[in-house]
Design a protein around this ligand. Sequence first.
Ligand code: K7E
Ligand code: CUA
Length: 629
Amino acid sequence: MSDANTANERRSNDGPADDREPLFPRLPRRDFVKAGMAAGAIGSLAGCTSVLDRGSDDDVNSSRGDVPPGEHDEYYAFLGGGHSGEVRVYGLPSMRQLMRIPVFGRESARGYGYDDETRTMLEEAGGYSWGDVHHPRLSQTDNDYDGRFAYVNDKANGRMARIDLTYFETDAIVDIPNTQGVHGACARLPDTDLVFGVGEFRVPMPNDGRDLDDPGSYTSVLTAIDPDSWDVAWQVLVDGNMDNGDGGKNGRWFFATGYNSEEAVSPSEMTGSDTDYLKAFDTLLIEDAVENGDYEEIGGVPVVDGRRDSPLNRGDEPIVHYVDVSKSPHGVSVTPDGKYAIASGKLDPTCSVVDIERLDEVDDPTEAIVGRPSVGNGPLHTAYDGRGHAYTTLFIDSQVVKWDIEAAVEAEEGSEDPVIEKIDVHYNPGHLIASESYTAEPQGDWLISLNKLSKDRFLPVGPMHPENDQLIYIGDDEEGMQLVKDTPAYAEPHDASIVKADKLDPAAVYDPADSDAEFVAAGEDDITREDGRVHVRMTSVRNEFGYPDVTVTEGDEVTFTVSNIEETSDMLHSLAIPEYDINIKMAPQETSEVTFTADRPGVYWMYCAYFCSALHLEMRARLLVEPSG
Ligand code: K7E
Ligand code: CUA
């Protein structure tokens, strides 16, 4: 087992000296040295780890977690792909990447953003070519995963997307008004009856050129989305910006951390104050306010005023409780029993344990903080094993710390006593996630530490390094945490959700009834022409398209509706028309559609890009575009 103190001592002197203002003025000398290091490390992401400082191999157990060839994993893990704009699906514990789900950017192998339906969806969601996916959360019923949907944020362009877990495809995106940058994503539980997007960047509202240089009047909002219609239900305007969020378990509370209570626009000013807010939203009272017309309609949605001086926050039933927590808190997560919301200090070595029931009882919301253990440097995110332990990433120390939640409530503020053990990770972890940690009953066996830097852990591949997702076994409290696997990852996983595989029921083939486009059955191929519009309805099957040639006239608007009439699973075809920048995919029983203007005369080979049989190369047809006039 790793010795926490040894690891701390070893790290205390290897950071760059920094003569800026101390970030943790309340700390004793030893922590103060690390605090100086923290400022440098947060600013430059450098110097907090060195190649020589790799942690003992005692904590490594690479024999666990083997999944032999041909056998299935016990869990799915859904990882946000960061600014690649996608979600990745891993199997756990193998850490094999099973699938990628494009969300905010086009992806040719899936035809995502190429066929009419997904191209229109991306256009209507603002037409941006990329997004920044941090937080994949899964739908729950009665505080347990129901296998229906995943929800993700777009930090870049202020959007939220829904992924249908029957088909593992993005099926809805909403471009949220009145906000720029939606960071935290999560839901109201137990039954996911609202999905939340947590606004980060503060901007003028409306952002139409007013108040450019008046940051004090910028605002940020919490957005609630209807999970079925995927429309915005309401927003709440708050003071300061927000960061991460998590829902309480009993259908009422929602929590969001925030840095920058200073409402500044430069990093040095944003970290001026010793505390920032954890905001506790009473969503039932907010719904009452919407019902009673206590809102202003801005950008087409009801916006409720939840700022500190709002009339709705006077009296003993405020809609938003502003809880003072340690400097610039980052992650917040609600414990599986729904008792506490735990916020991580980021620029402070403590986590704040908020007793949720006490929020109703105290005059000063800060009195609802019932524990503040000192867990290490740069605490970012916390996950749970269901046995009363919390696991927090320490970005600056490059460790995961395991600590006891009730012991932290018992202990004095700033005590290190609740800490049980620490394990070195490689390096600088952001999120971590334990199996089913976001439900009422975490499985308590596996944990992934999503490390931002891999440095020397893999073969060098040029200046851009992979990230490192490390699998850690947490199922044995006696033996302690054991590092099982390193997994290189393309930029850049943030958060993840891990769900038991048997809670999902993915489709093996499409149900034609789920598609907007009309299925073309065998023998139903046809071409209709009317006023410069050509509609080709055709089948695809090993090894041919419904028509070997399709002739149109230059300038025609052409629509291809193509059904894959295979009934065998895993037998995909595509229709690629390269010089018209088209590649649409058809999984078995799926129908895809693409519309384009045939504006260049000539012969264009259309081909199937999926290697579907020995005659796959022959699966092609000609598009003949006759010159007009
Ligand atoms: Cu910590 Cu966007 Cu959840 Cu990244 S956030 S790490
Ligand atoms: Cu169909 Cu290759």
